[in-house]
Design a protein around this ligand. Structure first.
Ligand code: IPE
Ligand code: IPE
Ligand code: MG
Length: 256
């Protein structure tokens, strides 16, 4: 996947680069429709875009990439499409994990796994184990993931700790809750990208996106390439992140 210079950062000096990018890979079905192909072909082509973007992240030295591959709502699709997507996950994991591992990518899956076939669960577990020691970047795949599910499972875990007497209800604050969420050990996403033209969050990382810079593009996911990713990075580099402060305050602390 990535060639030499995997850590080379081609961003011009001084320009801010996201540490963590979160993407909603949308538009596979429409890509296929436009070419008079079955929707499934769009998903297959979408896997190639995943390759390109992982490679681009390695190239730029971006630490974490979270990709929305299947939402908790996507079960509502026709059974045949869901089945084909599951087959594609299995085949992609079988063919890609070695290469990702060689490139130093640590893999992680977030979402409710119990809904999946044992074969797929075993592949996810072994991919995580095999790549656990890698440090070039973390690739998080959100499957059967929903932001509301994430918050609900965090609340459930806190409730268990309160019930056992280990945790006092008064000590629950946003930091304590945040630590129970999936991917709590990663920095929050700096940049969110959604392809496919829709401008919505679709129950993605609801909590984690609180201060993320949002970027929407009409490009369909299978057409999203390194240049399109670069354009998103460029847009991010030009943003002033204020986190509630004034622009002047941010400028002052940047110069200090
Ligand atoms: C995103 O592409 C992939 C998944 C949700 C699995 P879509 O399949 O949603 O493509 P469109 O939005 O129908 O074009
Ligand atoms: C969001 O895309 C989920 C993934 C990309 C996996 P959808 O295509 O399912 O989103 P909606 O339903 O149009 O909002
Ligand atoms: Mg869609």
């Amino acid at each position: 996947m990535a060639q030499e210079h995997v850590h080379a950062n081609t961003q011009p000096a001084g320009e801010q680069l996201p540490q963590h990018v979160a993407i909603i890979m949308d538009g596979n079905g429409r890509w296929a429709n436009r070419k008079n192909l079955p929707r499934y072909m769009g998903h297959r082509e979408g896997v190639k875009a995943v390759h390109r973007i992982v490679e681009a992240c390695l190239h730029h030295g971006i630490q974490a990439l979270t990709l929305f591959a299947f939402s908790s709502e996507n079960w509502r699709r026709p059974k045949t499409e869901v089945g084909l997507l599951m087959d594609l996950f299995v085949r992609t994991l079988r063919s890609e994990v070695q290469r990702l591992d060689r490139n130093g990518v640590r893999m992680r899956f977030i979402g409710e796994r119990s809904a999946f076939d044992p074969k797929l669960r075993a592949l996810m577990d072994s991919a995580e184990q095999q790549t656990a020691h890698n440090t070039a970047m973390t690739l998080v795949i959100a499957v059967n993931y929903g932001g509301r599910w994430d918050l609900a499972q965090a609340a459930r875990r806190l409730a268990v700790r309160v019930a056992s007497g280990e945790l006092q209800p008064e000590s629950i604050d946003s930091a304590v809750l945040g630590r129970e969420l999936c991917s709590a050990d990663l920095p929050e996403p700096d940049l969110f990208i959604r392809t496919g033209g829709e401008q919505r969050i679709s129950n993605y990382l609801l909590w984690q996106l609180a201060y993320t810079e949002l970027y929407f593009t009409d490009l369909l996911w299978p057409d999203f390439d390194a240049a399109a990713f670069q354009a998103a990075l460029q847009s991010f580099a030009g943003r002033q992140r204020r986190f509630g402060q004034t622009g002047d305050q941010v400028e002052q602390s940047r110069r200090a």
